[in-house]
Design a protein around this ligand. Structure first.
Ligand SMILES: C[S@@+](CC[C@H](N)C(=O)[O-])C[C@H]1O[C@@H](n2cnc3c(N)ncnc32)[C@H](O)[C@@H]1O
Length: 221
């Protein structure tokens, strides 16, 4: 493994804002993130598949009286988000290294106020439908962890994943699509302001080659 990557993994092991397997807190925070991990017990927003954490950090800057947690399986990516949060002096941000599949083991029922899913891997093969982060099994997980009526947001460049998500929501009793667009940056509606305000690493790459960004905001209950 490259030296830089190894050093970043070492850094992650000693950073209090990063929770990962092997740290005692990893087993202990479920149901207690707001009171025991964050300085203030503000409502908690989770970014699933946060990569380098642009959304987690950007939202934390915009909303100092809320807490934000970025989740990703890649340690080197969350190192970047954690470094940026430190540079900015943010105290309402954390990162957790884990698979989204294990969410129910790490969070308590109703513990999340909001979820952002930013540019998830589209998983186009039929046999990978279950692994899409907006598949019925993930929606069931999110519903369990959100406060009733908690909001979810998806941003993606991928038409197939976007259509799949809208179809999955249409087929799900109780799911309510609040707003959606197939070309986020052509919208002038203030309803889309938060989704337009922050750009992720992958988003920047797709926008630079002219791919329209798709966005949907929805609730599950
Ligand atoms: C296409 S990247 C997008 C990263 C970032 N959100 C962005 O927009 O730049 C997808 C991210 O999701 C993470 N990821 C994919 N499947 C995951 C899973 N099952 N659990 C946790 N993270 C996952 C990957 O490691 C990767 O960082």
């Amino acid at each position: 493994m490259a030296r830089v990557k190894l050093q970043r993994f070492k850094d992650n092991a000693s950073r209090p804002d990063i929770i990962e397997p092997g740290k005692p807190q990893y087993e202990q925070l479920g149901g207690r993130w707001r009171s025991e991990f964050f300085i203030q017990p503000f409502p908690l927003t989770l970014e699933v598949g946060c990569g380098k954490g642009e959304y987690t950090v950007g939202l934390a800057q915009r909303h100092p009286t809320r807490n934000f947690l970025g989740l990703d399986i890649k340690g080197e990516r969350i190192w970047r988000g954690s470094s940026r949060a430190a540079e900015l002096g943010l105290r309402n941000v954390g990162f957790v290294r884990m698979r989204a599949e294990a969410l129910a083991a790490q969070f308590g029922a109703g513990e999340l106020a909001e979820i952002w899913i930013t540019f998830p891997d589209p998983r186009p093969r039929d046999r990978d439908i279950k692994r899409r982060l907006t598949s019925p099994r993930f929606l069931a997980l999110y519903e369990q962890l959100l406060t009733p009526g908690g909001m979810l947001h998806l941003k993606t460049d991928n038409e197939g994943l976007f259509d799949f998500t809208l179809d999955t929501l249409a087929a799900r009793p109780g799911a309510v699509i609040e707003r959606y667009t197939r070309d986020l940056y052509s919208e002038v509606d203030a309803e889309f302001a938060e989704a337009q305000a922050i750009q992720t690493n992958f988003e920047g790459k797709y926008r630079s080659i002219g791919v329209p960004i798709k966005y949907v905001r929805f609730r599950l209950t």
